[in-house]
Ligand binder design. Structure first.
Ligand SMILES: Nc1ncnc2c1ncn2[C@@H]1O[C@H](COP(=O)(O)OP(=O)(O)O)[C@@H](O)[C@H]1O
Ligand SMILES: O=c1ccn([C@@H]2O[C@H](COP(=O)(O)OP(=O)(O)O)[C@@H](O)[C@H]2O)c(=O)[nH]1
Ligand SMILES: [Mg+2]
Length: 239
């Protein structure tokens, strides 16, 4: 089971002491690649951590993120964490955030970072897997910064499913999953939010050399043939 190096009540100050750059984090996020946590509890025995391998999966609404994630899980054994699914689950639970998540999703806006990061982190900590596909997050620069600060890790690489708007609209309107946000009015807002807030995140990772752009038009299998080599290369690097 992957664990953050410190507990939630006390980890923030510790993380704030870390250098901004991820040099203190493992240089290679590989399975079974142990590293000494940069922060150790005072007087404690040095804990051996296995760094998680994190991949962010980005793209507009309906670009095929969830569909491709299912294939990546099947082929490469990642744990799939869809931020949207986690929020929808939280929304229908008794959570204090339920009604505000409902309103935010209905309007196609972005849920506050601390809520989403908390849900993602909870799943990561509860998982036995060390390889995480984080789907549909970060959706804004603020999301990205919150994840880095709270989780204390960066993605090894980022996939971007690049899809024309008219194709995304067509797919979302025929998705048929009964989602409150799969209607034309909310979809218009989601596309605006994607362009204004999510594209800058994609640009950020492109400039860092971590972005893999995938042409999201074609059959599911054709698209997966672009995705596959990215993960194969990652596996090779881990050997
Ligand atoms: N390559 C594809 N061609 C046509 N339809 C697709 C393709 N990939 C996914 N879909 C369909 O489009 C809809 C949106 O896909 P989904 O994976 O949910 O996208 P996202 O998670 O990016 O919103 C779903 O109904 C899905 O079955
Ligand atoms: O990190 C996230 C992920 C999702 N959402 C909200 O959840 C909705 C649905 O997200 P999801 O990723 O499920 O949609 P998709 O892009 O897959 O259609 C978004 O429009 C947002 O309102 C959010 O606020 N933060
Ligand atoms: Mg999705």
């Amino acid at each position: 089971m992957w664990r953050r190096a410190a507990k939630s009540s006390s980890f923030l100050p510790l993380l704030l002491q870390l250098p901004k750059h991820d040099a203190s984090l493992p240089q290679r996020f590989t399975t079974g690649f142990p590293f000494h946590a940069p922060f150790q509890e005072k007087g404690g025995i040095s804990p051996k951590q296995v760094a998680p391998l994190i991949t962010f999966v980005l793209g507009g609404p309906g670009s095929g993120k969830g569909t491709q994630c299912a294939k990546i899980v099947e082929t490469f054994g990642f744990k799939h964490l869809s931020a949207g699914d986690l929020l929808r689950r939280e929304m229908i639970s008794d959570s204090e955030y339920g009604s505000s998540i409902l309103n935010t999703i209905s309007e196609g806006k972005i849920v506050p970072s601390e809520v989403t990061v908390k849900l993602i982190l909870r799943e990561m900590e509860a998982s036995d897997n060390q390889k995480f596909l984080i789907d549909g997050f970060p959706r804004s620069e603020e999301n990205r910064a919150a994840f880095e600060q709270i989780v204390g890790a960066e993605p090894r690489f980022v996939l971007f499913f690049d899809c024309p708007e008219e194709e995304m609209v067509k797919r979302v309107l025929s998705r048929n999953e009964g989602r409150i946000d799969d209607n034309i009015d909310t979809m218009r807002n989601r596309l605006k939010v994607f362009e204004a807030l999510n594209l800058p995140v994609i640009d950020y990772y492109s400039k860092k050399g971590k972005l893999y752009r995938i042409n999201a038009v074609g059959t599911v299998d054709e698209i997966f043939e672009q995705v596959r080599p990215v993960f194969e290369a990652c596996e090779q690097e881990a050997k």
